[in-house]
Design a protein around this ligand. Structure first.
Ligand code: GDP
Ligand code: IMO
Ligand code: MG
Length: 437
């Protein structure tokens, strides 16, 4: 019996986001007729490269460039219609085709322009303790969802949609003022509030053209019919609202359990859990980062890996691979297969460091303690030889340089999960699949 039959596979990031999820989902899509995003929103930036073109997706699942697959924006996702419209246009896929391959859950919540205003107001009220939010309105939208006052995508067809919109906006503006935020000078993405709002409503009109569905019913029917489904995560496990370095986290459950609530699937219907990680670490925004490098190695990693945010363009903080943090993420997600990206970036180093534990209060530990911060956790490193080779010519795992395979196998042994894919460049073609059981 095929143990994957009637199951939903999940692909998610194991670090602080930007592990290369978009690239790998696009690569795997030919095996999956249905790709479904389950959480997050336009704080995500998922990059895909093929045929000399580069695309960055924020809300739309990364399988959209494959004609034969349906893409679903699940109930756990939050949508900004203005950003959604920009994304649709940037793909250059004709709208008549797009509406046949992208479905949207009626239960996905809408990010209002005034949610963005509140995001900015809350960040500016935090002074030096800023989260470093992408300011896309994510936190305030999920707050309203939990407070049971949010507006869902399915409501855009209601007669009183505009009334509900105006009521919620009024409430947000009052909250902004209570936070001493100058709402009059707020310019979302360089636009006046009114301009943003007008474009937002144009986005709402565009959303009306797509199938708005009860996606939990659809997903389960497809699953029962034996259609293979891949759930695409956004952000990474160390940004999870419960398990990340709170408060420096995002506002959704980025771990595998989030796929159950974000799509309406039962835990028993989860199949493979693909955990994706970079061969080193990056983080955008504030918060603890035990292996962060402040020296020329960090700068070289940033340059070689082009580590600048896909959504905000901000430079990403860089550091060596953190195995205890990765082990924690593997545990939270029940990862069955690992995917390692950006092996090519480490080709510049003679020696490569791997964090294998931390010094904490005078002892060595291999987990992330509750109160970890920049000062109380000192990484313990193991040094391995680098491979110092251009990885372009390699297309099989067996042929890869021995020191790279030693690195992969060290990671596998530490985590006790096999590495299934090694990515050696941003292009779809630069992907090495390894034969594993
Ligand atoms: P995501 O948010 O997880 O989808 O990742 P992002 O797209 O934000 O960031 C990953 C970046 O690394 C993108 O610019 C990708 O094109 C690029 N990328 C993905 N895999 C590789 C790889 O194996 N090597 C290199 N050099 N770049 C990669
Ligand atoms: P993808 O899907 C990297 C970070 C922000 C900030 C924190 C909270 O591309 O991997 P938010 O906007 O959610 O209030 O920001 O989370 N963050 C990401 N970092 N990749 C992402 O998504 C991220 N989405 C949010 O930088 O530190
Ligand atoms: Mg990203």
């Amino acid at each position: 019996m095929d143990k994957r039959k009637n199951k939903v596979d999940i692909l998610l990031g194991l670090q602080w986001g930007d592990e290369g999820k978009g690239k790998i989902v696009d690569f795997l899509t030919p095996d999956y007729p249905l790709i479904a995003r389950f959480q997050g929103g336009p704080n995500a930036g998922h990059t895909l490269e093929f045929d000399g073109q580069k695309y960055v997706l924020h809300t739309i699942p990364s399988g959209v460039f494959h004609e034969g697959s349906i893409n679903l924006i699940g109930n756990g996702v939050v949508i900004d219609p203005r950003i959604f419209k920009g994304e649709i246009e940037s793909t250059q896929i004709p709208l008549s085709d797009f509406v046949k391959r992208l479905y949207i859950s009626k239960k996905a919540h809408l990010i209002l322009p005034s949610h963005k205003l509140l995001d900015a107001a809350l960040e500016s009220s935090k002074g030096t303790f800023k989260i470093g939010s992408t300011l896309k309105g994510i936190g305030p939208t999920y707050t309203d969802k939990v407070a049971r006052i949010g507006i869902r995508t399915g409501s855009i067809v209601d007669k009183d949609f505009k009334t509900k919109y105006d009521q919620l906006k009024k409430q947000h503006l009052m909250m902004g003022e209570a936070l001493d935020f100058d709402t009059d000078t707020f310019r979302p993405d360089g636009l006046s509030f009114e301009e943003y709002e007008n474009q937002w409503f144009e986005g709402v009109e565009l959303i009306r053209l797509f199938p708005l569905i009860d996606s939990e019913i659809y997903v389960n029917k497809q699953r029962e019919a034996g259609i293979r489904i891949l759930a695409e995560g956004a952000q990474g496990s160390l940004l999870d609202i419960d398990f990340g370095s709170y408060p420096f986290v995002t506002s959704s459950n980025t771990v595998a359990a989030g796929a159950c609530t974000g799509l309406g699937i039962a835990p028993s219907s989860v199949g493979e859990v693909y955990g994706i990680f970079k061969a080193y670490c990056t983080r955008v925004g504030s918060g603890p980062f035990p292996t962060e490098l402040f020296d020329s190695n960090g700068e070289e990693m940033r340059r070689e890996g082009n580590e600048f945010g896909s959504t905000t363009g901000r430079p990403r903080r860089c550091g060596w691979l953190d195995l205890p943090a990765l082990k924690y993420a593997v545990m939270l997600n029940g990862v069955t297969r690992l995917i390692m990206t950006k092996a090519d970036v480490l080709s510049i180093f003679e020696k490569i460091q791997l964090c294998i534990g931390y010094e904490y209060n005078g002892e060595v530990i291999d987990y992330l303690p509750f109160d970890y911060n920049h000062k109380n956790l000192i990484p313990v490193f193991k040094t391995l030889d680098g491979w110092k080779q251009n990885l372009r010519p390699f297309s099989t795992y067996e042929a890869l340089p021995k020191s790279l395979k030693d690195f992969v196998e060290y990671v596998e042994n530490y985590l006790n999960v096999p590495v299934f894919i090694v990515s050696t460049g941003p292009d779809r073609a630069q992907t090495i699949v390894r034969e594993i059981e």
